[in-house]
Design a protein around this ligand. Structure first.
Ligand SMILES: Nc1ncnc2c1ncn2[C@@H]1O[C@H](COP(=O)(O)OP(=O)(O)OP(=O)(O)O)[C@@H](O)[C@H]1O
Ligand SMILES: [Mg+2]
Length: 368
């Protein structure tokens, strides 16, 4: 899929702007605070339906206006999609080819985004990596979202009940039904995560090697709060979960917390056998995140026979030239990419690379 045309009206610092991007690499250059990221935000909104920067959508309406719209024309392998989003204070309307849409405009993300905030994926707490599993890997399985919603509901109720039991307002026995549900949905989630990672890992390993010119090895491991040895079916995970839950019941009541399950799990990234969160350099950590993002592109292509759009916000020019060139060799002629940078001088791309440059200044694209 690619973006054929984008029209912004009163979107952030853009009053009226039309952009007709190139099929491959599109570089948005300009000084700080000119409107580069705003363009990525608008493309993101057209595909996903909301912003990656704010949940308060009134913020995106230009300060001197009381409404805003994004008109975008997207071309997939099969069809053209006109996605129009209209905003007024406290009101948003999304139309796809003239029909009103609630939620996701495309039915799949349609893009992969990498901003500096994503570096927490390696550096941050386990919660960040679970967010990645849930929001970026989960969508590759149609059951995942539903199972996760059920699991989170059960988890909240079970935690409430643990608190009640601790305060002697409920009997221990009342846990049984929630234990069963926790294990049921928990084993589904765990099983899907492990299956997805089984598919994802070889891709990540070979991509990481490619991006580092074969100099570094990468590995990813799922670290579960449960003891799961060897390969497990969903049924086996269920039984192991139940089996391990009972002995910790007293501690769970004592802490009024559910201590086992996918909500306590983590991913560990390794470079040349060492934990990248602890020992990885900034560039290595950045390369890991990039690998996780580019691998998603390959998976979407596999799944839907469609490339998503790639958005890279200020994350490429901090890498050394070798890594940067390897990335462009990998994605250059493959899919539509939008990249922002403050570098206005010659950015040293090879002439062979198919790219277009746009200069962004004061909420206008002033040249390409
Ligand atoms: N609702 C709004 N109305 C008008 N201007 C806005 C609005 N929201 C944000 N801005 C302006 O948009 C500009 C920021 O745009 P953006 O984040 O795209 O900058 P950038 O070019 O990506 O900069 P950097 O290189 O620092 O990341 C700021 O000057 C900000 O004041
Ligand atoms: Mg920016």
């Amino acid at each position: 899929m690619y973006l054929k045309q984008l029209e912004l009206n009163n979107f952030r610092n853009y009053r009226n702007q039309v952009l007709e991007p190139g099929l491959f690499l599109n570089i948005l250059t300009g000084q700080n605070a000119q409107g580069k990221t705003n363009i990525l935000e608008a493309i993101y909104m057209a595909c996903i339906g909301n912003s990656f920067r704010t949940s308060k959508e009134k913020e995106i309406i230009n300060w001197e206006s009381d409404f805003s719209y994004i008109h975008s024309l997207l071309q997939t392998e099969q069809s053209s999609l006109q996605v129009n989003i209209f905003f007024k204070q406290g009101f948003k309307k999304i139309e796809v080819n003239g029909s009103l849409k609630r939620g996701s405009p495309l039915g799949w993300p349609g893009l992969v985004l990498f901003t500096a905030d994503d570096l927490v994926l390696v550096k941050g707490s386990p919660q960040e990596r679970r967010r990645f599993l849930d929001l970026e890997l989960g969508p590759f399985n149609t059951q995942y979202g539903h199972s996760l919603a059920s699991y989170n509901r059960v988890l909240a109720q079970r935690n409430n009940l643990l608190r009640e039991i601790r305060q002697k307002r409920e009997e221990d026995g009342s846990l049984q039904v929630w234990d069963e549900q926790l294990c049921r949905y928990g084993s589904k989630i765990l099983h899907i995560r492990l299956e997805l990672l089984k598919k994802f890992s070889p891709l990540l390993r070979s991509l990481y090697r490619e991006l580092t010119g074969g100099k570094e090895d990468f590995d990813i491991r799922y670290k579960s709060s449960l003891v799961l040895e060897g390969l497990n079916t969903e049924d086996e995970i269920y039984r192991k979960f139940q089996h391990q839950l009972y002995p910790i019941q007293a501690e769970e009541i004592d802490r009024a917390q559910s201590l086992l399950g996918p909500h306590r799990d983590d991913l560990v990234f390794f470079i040349n056998g060492r934990n990248a969160r602890i020992y990885g350099s900034q560039g290595q950590q950045r390369t890991i995140v990039l690998t996780l993002k580019i691998a998603q592109i390959d998976l979407w292509k596999d799944e839907l026979d469609e490339y998503p759009i790639l958005l890279l916000d200020d994350v490429i020019f901090e890498l050394d030239n070798d890594r940067r060139q390897a990335i462009f060799r990998r994605i250059g002629d493959m899919l539509q990419t939008f990249l922002t940078t403050t570098k206005t001088e010659d950015i040293g791309f090879s002439k062979k690379l198919n790219y277009k440059t746009y200069m962004v200044s004061h909420g206008e694209i002033i040249g390409s």
